[in-house]
Design a protein around this ligand. Sequence first.
Ligand code: 87F
Length: 654
Amino acid sequence: MVEMSSFGCYGAELAADEGRNAAALAACRTLAEELTELQFPAPRILAFKEGSSESRYFVSRLIPAHKDPPYKQEANFHSSKHLTTEQWTKLKSSFVHFDDPSFCEWIRNLKVVPPEKRRSCRRWDLNIDLLGVIEVDDMAGVEQRQNKSGGGKYFFCSGGKKKEVKKETGLGLSFTKDENFGEWYSEVVVNGEMIEYYDISGCYILRPWAISIWEIMQTFFDAEIKKMKVKNCYFPLFVSPGVLQKEKDHIEGFAPEVAWVTKSGESELEVPIAIRPTSETVMYPYYSKWIRGHRDLPLKLNQWCNVVRWEFSNPTPFIRSREFLWQEGHTAFATKEEADTEVLQILELYRCIYEEFLAIPVTKGRKSELETFAGGLYTTSVEAFIPNTGRGIQGATSHCLGQNFAKMFEINFENEKGEKGMVWQNSWAYSTRTIGVMVMVHGDDKGLVLPPKVAALQLIVIPVPYKDADTQGIFDACVATVATLSDAGIRAEADLRDNYSPGWKYSNWEMKGVPLRIEIGPRDLANNQVRAVRRDNGAKTDISRVFLVEQVKGMLDKIQQNLFDVAKQKRDACVEVLKTWEEFVTALGQKKLILAPWCDEEDVEKDVKARTKGDMGAAKSLCTPFEQPELPEGTKCFASGKPAKKWTYWGRSY
Ligand code: 87F
C-alpha cells in the first residue's frame, strides 16, 4: 500500500470508503485546490513532505474550515465577501465531506510524476501545481493506476490553473494586509516565526520569537505586581467537577468550553477531571482555608500559567486559541475600597503594557452588565481596535468580584473587633492575545513590525560586502558595532551568514519585524559610518560610528513613539460619534468604532445584538470609557430613544 505517514493520523478522521489514506489524501488535495482557487484559507500548497510542518499546517488549516458549513465559512473568511454569486454556487456545490466517495474518483485521475521524470522537468515550465510529495516503499497501490512500480518520492500534480509563483526562497507574503487581512495575518505569524501550526485545531506552537515578546512583558508586569505585594504561586491544571461547578453563575455560560480528561490509557476515569479554563474555583477553596483573621489580609496571589478553553468559533493564533498563556491575579481584601483601588491599579498596568510596550492605543472603561463576568460585581477592561477588520478587541480585564465567590467558598475573616466578615475579591488577567493584537495593529505587507520595547532583537547588523571589498574589515566592523550597542544595553546581533545575500537578509529581518537594520558596506567602512534603516517607515540615515549609541537609542525611541502615533491616528480615524440608530447601522457597515449615548439597559443591548445579527457577527458594547465626553441634558439613547446615561463604545468585536 501507499505509505503516507504524514497523513496517517488524520487518515482515520478523513477516511473514505475505498483506500482509506489514499482517499483522505485525495480529498485534502481536491479541497485544497478548490479552496485556494477561491481564495479560501487553505494555503497554496506547493509541496509537503512526510511529517513536515507544511503538511501539518495544511491539514490543520483545512480541516476546521472544511468542516464548517458554507454559511459559516462565509462568515469567517473575509475573502468570501468578494465571491460572486456564481462562485458561491460553485463552492457550495463542491462542498462535500471527506467521506464522500467521489473524492476517490479524483485520485484515479491524479497525475503521479515519478522522481526521475520530475527531476528532468521544471515545475513551472510545465504549468502544473505540485500538490504533494509522498514517500513510498511499495507502489502497489499506485501501480494499478500508473503501471509503474518502485519506491522513492512521488509527486502529485494537478494541471493548468496557473497561479502567482512565489519565489523559491520562501520570502515575501502572498496576501496584502488590506486585500485579505485574514490570510495576511496567518502568513505573517508563520513567516515571521512567531508560531507554527499544529495538528490540533486551535492550538499553536509558540516559537522563541513570540515567547521572547511574552517574556519582556512578563518581566515588566511581574516586577510591577511585586511592588504591589502580589506573590506568585502555582495551582494545579486539573479541577475536580464538584469544585468547578460550585459557583453556578460563573460556570453556566462557559460550560461547553470546558475540556475534560476522561481516560487514562485505555481505562475510563472513575471521575472525569476538568482542565482549568480559569482558576477561581481551583484557588478559592484554599483562600477559605488560609484566610482566618484580618491579619491574613490582603491575600494577593498571581500565577503565570496556561488555560484551556475549547472554543468552537474560528480559531486565530494568539487571538482565539484553545490553549493560551496568561497571568491570573486573584486577590482578597477586608474592604471594598481596597479592592476598588486595586482594580484600577492593575488596569493602569494593562494600559501601560499596551500603550508603552506594544505601542497600541487602548481605552480604559467599564463593561456593560451583559459583558460583565458572571459571578463578578463589575468588570473593567482595556479595549483595542483593529482598523482593518473594524473590530474591537478586549485587551485585558480587571474584575471586582465583590463577595459572590466569598459567599460560595466561605472565605470569611474576623476583624479587629472580633466581628465576622466576608472578603472582597478581585481577579485580573492578560494573555498572549496581546501579541496577536500587536501583529494586527503594526504588521505590514513586508511582515511583522515589532515595537522596540518588546523586540527580542532591536537591531540587526548586516554586512554588505561588494566583490573587491575588504570583506574581513566589514565583518569586523559589524562585530564591533554589535559589541558597542550590546554594551549600551541595546539588543543587537549581526547576521554574518555567508549563504545568504544581503538583500535576502533584509527581507528576512523585515519579515521578522526587527525595528532597526544597520548595513555596513565598503563606503561606510571608509567613512567610519553605518547606514541605519527603520522598519516602521523605511527611512535611511547614515550615522557616524562616533555617535552610534546615542543615535541608535534616539531612533529606537522615535520608532516606538511613531508606531504608537500612527496606530492612534488610524484608530481615531475610525471613531464615529453618533446619536441615532440609522447612523449606527451605517457606521457599523463602514467598520467604525462607534461612540454613542446609551441608556445603559441590558435589554437594550440584547436588542442591539439581535438587530445587528448577521454573517459578520452582531455588534455589542465594548466599554463605557472612564473618560466621558459631555452628555448634554436630554440626550437620547441611540438604540432605545430613552434618556441616555453615558457614552459607550460599540462595534463588532473579536
Ligand atoms: C471558559 C470556560 C469556563 C471565561 C471561561 O477574566 C470558565 C470561564 O470563567 C470563565 N471563560 N471565564 C471568565 C474568566 C474570568 C476571570 N478569571 C481570572 C478573568 C481574569 C482572570
